[in-house]
Design a binder for this molecule. Structure first.
Ligand code: EPS
Length: 386
């Protein structure tokens, strides 16, 4: 069972998103500003649509924290939906507001609409799209901010950047990761290559005027991770497998690579595996494995990429079939984003942080930060002499 457990709840146009996190140690510093910082980042980025002009995501911490520190009990986070005031009847919990004439019966290709309606026997696709919406990722970013605060207690940092957008590939400068994170933070496409960024923004503009949408690839790195998180002994304890699942669970993510990923399949072994050296501890001169070997962290930075498909809500029509008449139609215009790849980076960092926090708690246990710190220190001394 996971140590860092959480659930999210809430519809895109309901009153709020909620998350409950269980398993946090006591004595961890946590402020709402930390959470709000990440929530604001998720709303930015070139290519976002009009909904982001309505929302200004901020969290409330409603349990599990006292005087700025966790107390070991479940943490409840809430993010209100400002748009709720425009939807309070359509999304009411009360039966008297039922209005079947407003039912959405035209499923969008690429969205959860059709399969979800069939699965849950819904005649109104709104019952599906409200929860499958990318809006849910705001709750996960809030949870991820808490996971990052836990990791920060142990000097573990999570960052990343966009490596590809709409088929335009960025060239990553040869600089330390933290410097790259800073330059990505300055970019509207979260990319470290200002030349590629110009093309990316042009591509987003062109997609927007053509009623189209764009996807891309985000890369997340984690530094300061001790070796030995995850395990080779059982399939569901492998760190890379868990990270892949976490990333694949994010709306619109279609592929995940660890380290050089698919490229490793094209090279001979001599150009893939990272040779081992020793000087005051083990180290590698390359990191093709992305910091994970045998399902365990090896002490090098964890590097993982996720591919996002273009958002399926298009202004230009894609063919679909009405679920009442079974007649073909061309999708009606819906409000949407042209590109949410920079937002997906923020979400990817959040879900990666959650998995690393979970693996840290599994390995170093502890009901308090003090206890975990002591366990980690003892382990670091133990492996120094290995
Ligand atoms: C989304 C459609 C748009 C996005 C939304 C995800 O919302 P709306 O239907 O209200 O215009 O803005 O993303 C968010 C609200 C968010 O916070 O990321 C969808 O269909 O998935």
């Amino acid at each position: 069972m996971s140590k860092f457990r959480y659930f999210t709840a809430g519809e895109s146009h309901g009153p709020q998103l909620s998350a409950i996190i269980e398993g946090l140690p006591a004595g961890m510093r946590l402020s709402v500003e930390t959470v709000n910082h990440d929530l604001a980042l998720r709303q930015m980025g070139y290519g976002r649509g009009d909904r982001m002009k309505i929302e200004k995501d901020t969290a409330q911490i409603l349990s599990g924290v006292r005087w700025g520190e966790t107390i070991g009990s479940p943490v409840t986070l809430v993010v209100k939906n400002r748009d709720w005031e425009n939807w309070s009847e359509k999304m009411s919990t009360l039966p008297e507001f039922r209005d079947d004439s407003s039912a959405v019966t035209r499923p969008r290709p690429g969205h959860a609409d059709l399969s979800g309606a069939m699965k849950y026997h819904h005649s109104d696709v709104r019952n599906v799209l409200e929860r499958s919406s990318g809006r849910e990722t705001a709750a996960r970013v809030a949870v991820g901010a808490v996971a990052k605060a836990l990791l920060a207690e142990f000097g573990i940092k999570v960052g990343g950047y966009v490596t590809e957008l709409g088929g335009i590939t960025a060239t990553t400068p040869d600089e330390p990761l933290e410097a790259l994170w800073l330059s990505a933070a300055d970019s509207e496409t979260s990319c470290c290559d200002p030349i590629a960024e110009i093309d990316m923004k042009r591509a987003i503009d062109a997609a927007q005027s053509g009623g189209d949408t764009l996807g891309g690839v985000v890369e997340v790195q984690v530094i300061g991770v001790p070796p030995g998180l995850g395990s080779y002994v059982q399939w569901d304890r492998k760190l890379d497998a868990r990270l892949a699942m976490a990333l694949m669970s994010v709306q619109a993510i279609k592929g995940v690579e660890v380290g050089i990923g698919f490229e490793a399949s094209r090279r001979p072994g001599s150009r893939v595996h990272d040779e081992i050296f020793y000087k005051d501890g083990y180290y590698r001169s390359s990191n093709n494995a992305g910091g994970i070997e045998g399902g365990m962290s090896n002490g090098e930075p964890i590097v993982i990429r996720a591919a996002m498909k273009p958002i399926p809500t298009l202004y230009s029509p894609l063919r679909s079939v009405d679920m009442v008449t079974h007649e073909p139609f061309e999708a009606t215009v819906e409000r949407s984003d042209t590109c949410a790849v920079p937002a997906a980076l923020v979400v990817a960092k959040a879900v990666v942080a959650i998995e690393i926090a979970n693996a840290m708690l599994e390995k170093f246990g502890g009901d308090s930060i003090v206890e975990i710190r002591r366990n980690l220190k003892g382990y670091r001394e133990q492996i120094r002499n290995a």
